[in-house]
Write a protein that binds this ligand. Structure first.
Ligand code: NAD
Length: 237
């Protein structure tokens, strides 16, 4: 068997569930008891910006109360192990938390934005802040009041780094999906792209995802249990 050197891992909310961050699907399509339309669409923001800003302030504040789990740390170990052998790990995450980075992973692509990044719609600049924002907050770049929104890709908006992700999938030997329901496109379509390019594919999830049939292999269980085992297999192969 050829040694696997380049891996793309797509992660979703399920990888952070054991850290104490709730997912969408495990709660009936709600995000912390709010509907997706209310808090994860441009229309929801236009209808009630204070509510939406408050929702993301709470998600951002939660980051300081949670820690990376064994799945996040195993992926950081995989990145270091592959690099030693001239390989590469690209983590493409749908998550807006910072747990991959806090586990020590360097190469993380946040395709749906980040809780710690803010975006001023007046000057179009982005900045990192763990602060809470209201409709009365001003932008530290241009001082305009009330135009700072979370740098989160809402439903109906274009995900980030699509070209970079396609290059990473094209150049990988193995595509792995961890803790994602396979319900949110375009992320859910990357397995089909990988299969079309002849890549090996593996899914690790609590239950079969919506795109489960597209994967060569599926391992069912908690990411915190299964990811460290899989990483050890790869590094010892
Ligand atoms: P999702 O909520 O749709 O699906 C989560 C999947 O993870 C489910 O299939 C579930 O069975 C599985 N899962 C739950 N616990 C698990 C565990 N311990 N181990 C392995 N698998 C587990 O999440 P999604 O597919 O990422 O899509 C929803 C969107 O929600 C994303 O775009 C993301 O931006 C957003 N979101 C992000 C966070 C976060 O940043 N942590 C949290 C909630 C929602």
């Amino acid at each position: 068997m050829t040694k696997i050197k380049n891996i793309v891992v797509l992660t979703g909310a399920g990888i952070s569930a054991e850290s104490g961050i709730r997912t969408f699907r495990d709660t009936g399509g709600l995000w912390e008891d709010r509907s997706i339309e209310e808090v994860a669409t441009p229309q929801g923001y236009a209808a009630d910006p204070e509510l939406v800003l408050g929702f993301y302030n709470a998600r951002r504040a939660q980051l300081s109360t949670v820690e990376p789990n064994t799945a996040h740390t195993a992926l950081a170990k995989l990145e270091a192990g592959l690099a030693k052998e001239g390989g590469n790990l690209t983590i493409v995450t749908q998550n807006v938390d910072d747990l991959h980075e806090r586990a020590g992973t360097q190469n993380v692509i946040h395709m749906h934005g980040e809780l710690l990044s803010q975006w001023c719609r007046a000057c179009n600049q982005k900045f990192i802040s763990a602060d809470a924002f209201t409709t009365k907050s001003s932008c530290p770049k241009c001082d305009v009041i009330g135009k700072v929104r979370p740098d989160i890709v809402w439903f109906g908006e274009m995900p980030y780094y699509m070209d970079t992700i396609e290059v990473a999938v094209t150049n990988c030997d193995l595509f792995v999906s961890i803790g994602t329901s396979g319900a949110v496109y375009p992320a859910a379509g990357y397995v089909q792209m990988a299969r079309g390019l002849g890549k090996q594919t593996l899914e690790i999830n609590l239950e079969p995802s919506e795109g489960s049939a597209f994967f060569h292999d599926t391992r069912l269980g908690k990411a915190g249990d299964l990811v460290p085992i899989w990483v050890d297999e790869i590094l010892s192969a």
